[in-house]
Design a protein around this ligand. Structure first.
Ligand code: ATP
Length: 244
């Protein structure tokens, strides 16, 4: 189980203090899928970066299976069981896809295993295993390889930041099937940041983040009606809130 308590983060923006995360508290139970959604610039990726240790909140606590991981760095959090797929995956010139998958898995992988990982995201291993993770890969190819690196190892919690961005419909369907499989097995918890209806509808719980604040959070059945119009959601969060 992941538990975030009262995370707060400000940055200096043109000489002014800007609040990126404003008292964010939530939890994701074992095997649960939480979808985080909300308007552009709301703070979703910032929250993901704080959870994996790229950014540090100025206050608040993060617990993974009861262990306080707030002061763990990114490697330590990865070893503790958090996997993360970036919204915009970094490129590693000089490293092949095969090597990156092995590093992500934490062990050497048989060609067959690499092939399965790549085919899960709609890529043909023969074409890609020897390719470098550089500017010659398209945005959609990079995105799918990044997702494959997270799938290369079983984690306690996997975080995907807009996995749908830039990938074609066929690969998207394969990705949805993979999420369904992980979700059904209940061995790993999932946090998926997404604007995509199909992904949002798979969630156990939905959290809406806007302006660094949780505007709504609760079971899918309770939050989905509010998403039909975010204006409506703002209004109800402002009054009763949608935390269930
Ligand atoms: N270091 C920084 N300095 C100033 N502003 C920042 C910094 N990092 C992020 N921001 C701002 O914080 C806000 C939240 O950014 P974030 O990337 O978390 O949004 P998001 O909800 O993931 O958006 P999107 O849906 O567009 O991906 C944005 O307005 C962004 O410009």
């Amino acid at each position: 189980m992941l538990k975030a308590e009262n995370l707060i983060l400000h940055v200096e923006d043109n000489g002014a203090k800007k609040c990126l995360l404003d008292h964010i508290s939530f939890q994701v139970d074992d095997g649960e899928m939480l979808v985080i959604t909300g308007p552009n610039g709301g703070g979703k990726s910032t929250l993901a970066k704080v959870l994996i240790g790229i950014e540090k909140a100025e206050s608040g606590k993060i617990f993974l299976n009861g262990e306080d991981i707030t002061d763990f760095d990114i490697n330590h959090r990865a070893n503790a069981g958090i996997g993360y797929a970036f919204q915009q995956p970094p490129r590693f010139k000089g490293m092949t896809v095969q090597r990156l998958l092995a590093l992500a898995a934490g062990r050497e992988l048989e060609d067959q295993e690499c092939c399965r990982l790549l085919s899960d995201v709609g890529l043909c291993a023969e074409e890609y295993l020897g390719r470098q993770i550089d500017g010659t890969l398209s945005g959609g190819e990079m995105k799918r390889i990044e997702i494959a690196t997270v799938l290369a190892k079983e984690h306690t919690l996997c975080i995907f930041d807009e996995p749908e961005a830039g990938i074609d419909l066929w690969s998207f369907s394969m990705l949805i099937r993979k999420f369904e499989e992980i979700h059904k097995e209940k061995k790993q918890s999932l946090i998926v940041i997404s604007h995509q209806e199909k992904i949002i509808s798979m969630a156990d719980r939905i959290m809406v983040i806007d302006d660094g604040k949780i505007k709504a959070e609760g079971r899918k059945e309770d939050v989905l009606p509010c998403l039909e119009g975010l204006d409506k959601c703002h209004a109800c969060a402002g009054n009763a809130g949608v935390r269930a």
